[in-house]
Structure formats: C-alpha cells, structure tokens
Unconditional design. Structure first.
Length: 163
C-alpha cells in the first residue's frame, strides 16, 4: 500500500507573509498584551449593550427594536465570553465601567454603531491572530463575524431611516 505524500501545510497568516509557520510561544508580554485587549473587549461590549439599549428605545419600528434586541443579546454573550477569557488569562475579574456617553438621537446612534462595530470586528480579528488557544481564537473570530453582521444591520436601518 502506498502512502500519499502530503505537502507541508502553511497557515493563512504565514502564507500571506510568505514564510513558513513558526510555532507560537506565549511570552509574558504577549500574555499582558492579550489581557489588555480582552479587558478592552469587555469594556467595549458593556458600552455597546448600554448604548444599544438606548438605541432600541429610540427605534421607530417594532422590527428594528426586535433586531437591536438580538444584537444586544449577542453583545451580552460576547461580554460574558471575553470576561471568561480575561479571567482565564489573568486570574482576575474584569471591572467594566461606563465611560462614554451614548449618542442622543437614533441617527447618531446608528452612525456611531456602524463605525464601532466595524472597528471592533477588525480589532477582534487582530486579537484572534495573536491568541494561542484554538478555542479562544474560534470564539474571538465568531465575535468578529457577529460584529460585522451587526454593522450591516445598523447600516440597513440607517438607509431606511427618514427623519
């Protein structure tokens, strides 16, 4: 019986940067960097929950309120997951706090949400590249995909909105 020859596998990041995969080793600096990003993620998710709750109250239709409610549920799940990851990495509980005010109008809230969701999706993809744990990476990438989806919903609502 012949055994097929399998070519060496490269990961997407290594292929993009034209170099072979190098095993990822966790250093104290990486650990601290990831902890900072996880804490920032928890803070951002909690801020989004507060602002989207306000946005939901301003929404002009039941359909928009229902969809924003689903987005809030996603953000709550993300906050819980990032909190667990932060606790795993640091052995401490995160302490999120509301530091920014939420936009006052529906239109301003949608515009801010679109920008925030896009930036958050990018930040989560960057974090996923630096995360050593495959299960953590998968959770972070799933959150990034959710954030991108949220941005599309908010953009749709903005396009439909008539003042």
């Amino acid at each position: 019986m012949m055994i097929p020859i399998v070519p060496r596998v490269f990961d997407a990041y290594a292929m993009h940067h034209h170099r072979a995969y190098e095993p990822y080793t966790m250093t104290r600096e990486m650990d601290e960097s990831i902890a900072i990003e996880l804490e920032r993620a928890v803070q951002g998710e909690c801020h989004a929950i507060a602002c989207y709750t306000h946005l939901m109250e301003l929404a002009p239709s039941a359909i928009e309120r229902a969809q924003i409610g689903e987005i809030i549920a996603d953000e709550q799940r993300h906050a819980q997951q990032f909190s667990k990851m932060y606790t795993y990495v640091t052995n401490r509980q995160p302490t999120p706090r509301q530091i920014d005010e939420c936009p006052k109008t529906y239109r301003a809230g949608l515009e801010a949400a679109i920008v925030d969701e896009q930036k958050t999706a990018d930040a989560y993809r960057d974090l996923a590249e630096r995360t050593m744990s495959p299960s953590m990476r998968e959770m972070v990438l799933r959150a990034a995909a959710d954030e991108q989806n949220h941005a599309v919903w908010f953009l749709y609502f903005l396009l439909r909105y008539k003042e």
